[in-house]
Design a protein around this ligand. Structure first.
Ligand code: SF4
Length: 695
């Protein structure tokens, strides 16, 4: 038995990006913990970081390459002679797959992709993924799609999460990223958390917020469609109607503007379009908080909103938000409305004041920085050809125009909306190639599967939700390729231009491509700063706070954007005093602490999955009789869920429901249609009208 060694790295789960230390013996992780002086963790990890490492050693890991028997059968005659000969000698893996040698599998993938390109053209290929793996792999992924396959169609899971944060912030202030370090929570006087169930989704950030609220160094306002745990620590807890974000944010602006609480000096020197914006808000029929008196059950908001707005305007404040803001029809506009509040009060560009979108996946910031978006090359440059966003790609699949898809750590057959449509679209593809750790929903549909290293088995850079670059190192060794290696080896059989020996080679190219954000971040510098990490832009030093002197726009000014709230759905019903049918409810979705999104890794961790092995619906105790069952099926015009258990609670309002969506069998994402953010196509996951069927 070898000695136990302690290895420092970064947690693989959420965008908080906690530093971790693993105790490892005989190539096995025994324990993961945080050092007391951990810069992000502050000595504590949530249950995922602490206990969710057993997936690494799971017997169900994909540790080989697999090719569907049906794929070989359908393509056998067309294969070139050498591949055809080898295809006849493949070893069976199970009923569906052959287990295939790596070299054969990369050759097969290259042949098929070239065949598709020649037959249907370069636009018949798309790539999705990159937010769960390292920057090296996400950079390589977009390069593979754009350069090797010459297709503009690359996207990542930001499409279903924080794309509206990028859009809203970039449009107004030139940069779509968190402005301050998490520790500024201890430097601020006031915190607003809106649309973020932080204790479940970003627990180690929540720890800081709770400490600041308990120690009374900052006042706290929590705004959500239901009562959440963080609300217990808040001075102001506002439960708002579904789809009311923009309404509430414009009301806050109205209070600040009408009471003249805005910061004239900041506005004059750093912003533009204020006067027309102010005029629009003050004349907006929905912006006066008095309007809330028309919304039955939510009248109290007409008193609460002015309090929250005044505190925000008169104190040094930070604004945190999550998918409760972005996953709506007006997600991007709501983000712009948050930026408006920060600019009019000068709550940006200094210690203890800023804008904090809480990014979801461990490397979604890095995937966007490195160009895994159809409208941005690395460094957010405009690409020579703009590709399609995921929902548009699904339509193109249905139209028979997209024929091949490469997915890298992105379960499009689970986490995207309108799953009946997605499943039909996928049937039209001639080939799906997947790099994955486990056989999840999309991988089961893949024709060619590459088992790849997990984040705990490789070197790579991850960028957390506060722009912090962390160089990971392997906790254990694994005899599988990294994502980028698979892409390199396939490309080498297409054109042979990808010459990289190791991940540092890829990084050295990627960091230059991402420009001043990453260019000073050598592996050497990042490894010297492994504990603290470094926040981009990184030149000689890093940049903890953005927008200090000017905004990152062409002229350095921030721009106010006005958008009026559009009356719709639950609020319209309540305002017009329409009654709800017995089985009519509005559903919202969110996460639980033990799982991560589609639960790709967490469901494979016995430590975690045993604590939440099925999705649960929360309903109001006042609706118990009306629903009349402990188990329900949810239905919408797009599809229906599996059978879900219901828990009746006091923390959710009548006529509304909440559920998680982690388990594929729950089929929650079958309920959502194509309705999405009107600028950036992020699905409206936070509100869908459903019928409840008791079972
Ligand atoms: S908060 Fe996020 S990064 Fe930190 S331990 Fe938990 S899952 Fe990992």
């Amino acid at each position: 038995m070898s000695m136990i060694s302690d290895i420092n790295s970064v947690c693989t789960y959420c965008g908080v990006g906690c530093d971790i230390t693993a105790q490892v013996q005989d190539n096995k992780i025994l324990k993961i913990y945080a050092q007391n002086d951990g810069y992000v963790s502050q000595g504590k990890l949530c249950i995922k970081g602490k206990s969710g490492f057993d997936f690494v050693h799971s017997p169900t890991r994909i540790r080989n390459c697999r090719v569907k028997k049906s794929f070989i059968e359908n393509n056998l005659e067309a294969l070139p002679r050498e591949l055809k000969a080898r295809a006849k000698t493949l070893k069976e893996f199970d009923e569906t797959y052959f287990e295939t040698p790596y070299e054969f599998t990369t050759s097969l993938a290259a042949w098929k992709l070239l065949e598709i390109k020649e037959k249907y053209g370069r636009h018949a290929f798309c790539g999705m993924g990159g937010a769960r793996t390292s920057c090296e792999s996400s950079y390589m992924f977009q390069k593979f799609v754009r350069v090797a396959m010459e297709s503009p169609h690359v996207d990542n899971c930001a499409r279903v999460c924080h794309s509206p944060s990028l859009k809203g912030m970039k449009t107004a202030i030139g940069e779509g990223a968190a402005t301050n370090p998490y520790d500024d929570i201890f430097q601020t006087q006031n915190i607003i958390v809106m649309g973020s169930n932080t204790t479940e989704a970003h627990p180690i950030v929540a720890n800081r917020i709770i400490k600041a609220a308990r120690d009374k160094t900052a006042s706290l306002s929590v705004i959500d469609v239901r009562q959440i745990q963080l609300g217990k620590f808040a001075q102001h807890e506002m439960v708002i109607p579904y789809e009311a974000n923009l309404l509430v944010l414009n009301m806050m602006a109205y209070v600040i503007l009408s009471e003249k609480l805005y910061n004239n000096e900041f506005i004059d020197t750093r912003c533009k379009e204020f006067e027309s914006y102010k005029e629009s808000i003050l004349n907006d029929e929905f912006a006066n908080p008095e309007y809330m008196k028309n919304i039955e059950g939510y009248e109290i908001l007409s008193e609460q909103i002015p309090h929250v707005a005044r505190e925000y305007a008169t104190k040094k404040s930070m604004f945190f938000w999550g998918l409760g803001i972005t996953e709506h029809l007006d997600g991007s506009y709501a983000v712009m409305a948050i930026v408006n509040l920060a600019m009019m009060t000068g709550n940006i560009g200094k210690t203890g004041a800023g804008l904090m979108p809480l990014r979801g996946q461990n490397n979604v910031q890095g995937a966007c920085d490195t160009g895994c978006l159809p409208y941005f090359d690395p460094d957010y440059k405009t690409p020579k050809e703009i590709g399609l966003m995921t929902p548009e790609l699904i339509d193109e699949m249905i139209a028979g125009k997209i024929k091949a898809m490469y997915v890298m750590g992105e379960d499009i057959a689970h986490i995207h909306p309108n799953q009946n449509k997605v499943h039909n679209a996928l049937k039209n593809l001639e080939v799906i190639i997947s790099n994955e750790l486990f056989m999840n929903e999309i991988t089961q549909k893949a024709d060619i599967v590459f088992g790849v290293k997990s984040a705990y088995e490789k070197v790579g850079v991850y960028v957390n939700a506060m722009r912090r670059l962390h160089l990971s190192q392997p906790l254990v060794e694994a005899n599988m390729p990294d994502d980028w290696e698979v892409l390199r080896d396939i490309e080498n059989k297409i054109t042979g231009n990808f010459v990289y020996e190791n991940s540092e080679d890829v990084w050295n190219e990627a960091k230059e491509a991402v420009g001043t954000r990453y260019s000073g971040a050598t592996y050497h510098k990042l490894s010297k700063n492994r504990n603290r990490g470094m926040q981009w832009p990184i030149a000689k030093e890093d940049t903890p706070i953005l927008h200090l002197e000017q905004f990152r726009t062409e002229d350095g000014k921030g721009t106010f954007y006005y958008h009026q709230y559009q009356l719709r759905e639950q609020i319209e019903k309540l305002v017009k005093k329409q009654t709800f049918a017995k089985n009519e409810f509005y559903l919202t979705t969110g996460r639980t602490i033990v799982h991560y999104n589609n639960a790709a890794q967490t469901v494979q961790s016995e430590n975690l999955n045993s604590k939440y092995d099925k999705d649960i619906v929360l309903a109001s105790i006042e609706d118990k009789e009306r629903i009349g069952s402990e188990h329900i099926i949810l239905k919408s015009p797009y599809g229906e869920s599996g059978i879900l258990p219901v828990k009746y609670v006091k923390t959710i309002k009548p006529n509304t429901l909440f559920t998680t969506f982690h388990h594929a069998a729950s089929k929650v994402n079958f309920l959502f249609g194509d309705e999405c953010d009107e600028l950036i196509m992020t699905a409206r996951f936070k509100s869908v009208k459903v019928e409840v069927e008791s079972v």
